[in-house]
Design a binder for this molecule. Structure first.
Ligand code: LRH
Ligand code: MN
Length: 432
C-alpha cells in the first residue's frame, strides 16, 4: 500500500515563518493592552494551549441533507481515512487529539490495529456513539417506531444489545464515555403514550448503565424534534436531567447546541446543569433555524461566548462534578470538512479565552448593585477583544500552524488525498 500523504511539522514550521513577524507584533500589542487591566497574556496563551475539543468521525466527510449530498474530492471512505483527516486537523490546530466514533458507521474489524493507527497520529478515542436511529444491514428488527422505547420488548432488547456492543468496542479502543441519542418519538398526537415511553427509556437505559465500566460516564443527549415531528421522548434538558439522576452518578446530560428551539437560553440551561452537577458535555455547532449543524460560532458567536462564560465560571469556582467533554458535532455540506473543523476548534478556543478576560469581580459587583448596563459592558469588553494573536501563538508554541487554513491549503493535502482515495461511486443523501 503506497504511503499515505501527511502534512509534516517541517512544512508547518516553514509556513509559520511567513506569518511570524506580524503575529509577534500583534501579540506584543495585545500584551500591552491586557497588561493595563492586569492580565498576563502568557497565562491566557497557556490556557489556550490546554483547551481540548474532540472531532466527530462523522464530520470529516462531506455532510448532506435529505435533499442531496455533494461529495468533495478525496472523501474519507473508511474509519482509517477519517482518522487520517483527524490527524491532519490535530497537526495544524493542536487542540483536537481525540476523535469520537459512531457505531456501526465506524465499527472496526481490528480495534487494536485502529488504536495503534490513531496513536501514531497523536490521536485517541473520545465518547462512543450508538445508532438506533437507522436500520443496519443484517439487523433483525426495525427501529422505524423507536428503539429503547419501542413497544416491542424484543426491539428494546436489540437496541440495548447494540449499546452494550458499542461500549465493548470502546473499551478495546480506550474510550471512557458513551453517548446515547435516540430518535424515538411520534409524528402524530396519540401515536405514543408519553409516560409509558419515558418509563421504557429509563428501564432500557438502566440495562445499558449496568454495562458502563466504573471509570466511564454515559451521556444522555436531548433534542426537541427531528426526525420525529410531533413528540420526542428525550426532548429537553429537564427530561434528560431527570433520567440522568434516576440512572446514577455516572450518568450526565449532553447539550447539543442545535437541539433547542430557536431563542432558547442555552447558556442558562448550561448554568443549571452545572449547578445540579449533571453537565456531562457538549456537541458544539451553530444553527439559524433547526438542527442545522453549522460551524460553531458561525451564526451566534455571542451565545457561544456566553456559554463559555458559564463554563469558565464553573472552572474558576471549582463547581462540583464539573468535567465536561467537548465535541464538535457538525455537518459540512458546502465547506471542506477539515477546514470547517479546524476553524470551529479555533472558535471554541476563542470563546474560552475571551471568557477568561471577563473581570468577574467587577461583574459580580455590577450584578449585586443591579447595574445592568455595567454588567453587559463588562461582558462586551471581553467579547470584543480580538484574541486572535493568542490563538495563533498558542498553536505555534504547540507545534501547529499560525494560520491553519493557509497551511492546509498550501500543503495540497486534499489534492493528494483525492489521488490516494479514488472516489466511492455511491453518493448517499443525508449526513452518512
Ligand atoms: C442527532 C445528533 C447526534 C448524533 C447525530 C449524528 O441530531 O446530534 O449527536 O448521533 O447527530
Ligand atoms: Mn449531537
Amino acid at each position: 500500500m503506497s504511503a499515505r500523504f501527511e502534512i509534516d511539522d517541517g512544512f508547518i514550521a516553514e509556513q509559520n515563518q511567513i506569518e511570524r513577524a506580524d503575529v509577534d507584533e500583534d501579540y506584543d500589542h495585545l500584551a500591552r493592552k491586557l497588561r493595563r487591566s492586569n492580565v498576563d497574556i502568557d497565562e491566557l496563551t497557556i490556557k489556550a494551549q490546554a483547551f481540548r475539543v474532540a472531532v466527530p468521525s462523522w464530520g470529516v466527510g462531506t455532510g448532506g441533507t435529505r435533499f442531496a449530498r455533494f461529495a468533495g474530492p478525496g472523501e474519507p471512505r473508511d474509519v482509517y481515512e477519517k482518522l487520517e483527516d483527524g490527524g491532519a486537523i490535530f497537526r495544524l490546530v493542536r487542540s483536537t487529539p481525540a476523535v469520537s466514533l459512531h457505531i456501526p458507521w465506524d465499527k472496526p474489524e481490528n480495534p487494536t490495529e485502529l488504536r495503534e493507527f490513531a496513536r501514531k497520529r497523536g490521536l485517541h478515542f473520545d465518547a462512543m456513539n450508538s445508532n438506533t436511529f437507522q436500520d443496519h444491514p443484517g439487523q433483525k428488527l426495525s427501529y422505524k417506531f423507536g428503539s429503547l422505547t419501542h413497544p416491542d420488548p424484543a426491539v428494546r432488547r436489540q437496541a440495548i444489545e447494540h449499546n452494550i456492543e458499542c461500549i465493548e468496542i470502546g473499551k478495546a479502543l480506550g474510550s471512557k464515555s458513551h453517548t446515547v441519542w435516540i430518535a424515538d418519538g411520534g409524528n402524530f398526537p396519540g401515536q405514543l403514550n408519553f409516560r409509558r415511553a419515558l418509563d421504557r427509556y429509563i428501564e432500557s437505559m438502566r440495562a445499558i448503565y449496568k454495562a458502563i465500566p466504573d471509570d466511564w460516564r454515559v451521556f444522555l443527549e436531548h433534542k426537541f424534534y427531528e426526525p420525529a415531528f410531533y413528540s420526542t421522548v428525550i426532548n429537553d434538558w429537564g427530561t434528560s436531567y431527570y433520567c440522568a439522576r434516576e440512572l446514577g452518578r455516572r450518568a450526565f446530560c449532553l447539550v447539543d447546541l442545535g437541539h433547542h428551539a430557536p431563542n432558547v437560553n442555552i447558556e442558562m440551561i448550561v448554568a443549571r446543569l452545572i449547578q445540579f452537577g449533571k453537565l456531562g458535555g457538549f456537541h458544539f455547532n451553530d444553527s439559524k433555524y433547526g438542527d442545522d449543524d453549522l460551524d460553531a460560532g458561525s451564526i451566534k458567536p455571542f451565545q457561544l461566548f456566553l456559554i463559555f462564560m458559564e463554563l469558565v465560571d464553573a472552572e474558576m469556582t471549582g463547581a462540583a462534578d464539573f468535567n465536561p467533554a467537548y465535541l464538535l458535532d457538525q455537518s459540512h455540506n458546502v465547506t471542506a470538512p477539515v477546514e470547517s473543523l479546524m476553524l470551529s476548534a479555533a472558535e471554541l478556543t476563542r470563546a474560552y479565552v475571551q471568557a477568561h478576560l471577563v473581570d468577574r469581580a467587577a461583574l459580580s459587583e455590577a450584578q449585586e448593585r443591579c447595574d445592568a448596563i455595567a454588567a453587559l459592558s463588562i461582558l462586551k469588553q471581553a467579547f470584543t477583544t480580538d484574541v486572535s494573536p493568542i490563538l495563533a501563538v498558542a498553536r505555534q508554541r504547540a507545534g501547529g500552524a499560525i494560520d491553519p487554513l493557509a497551511v492546509y491549503r498550501a500543503s495540497g493535502y486534499r489534492r493528494r488525498k483525492a489521488a490516494e482515495r479514488p472516489a466511492a461511486t455511491l453518493v448517499s443523501a443525508g449526513i452518512v
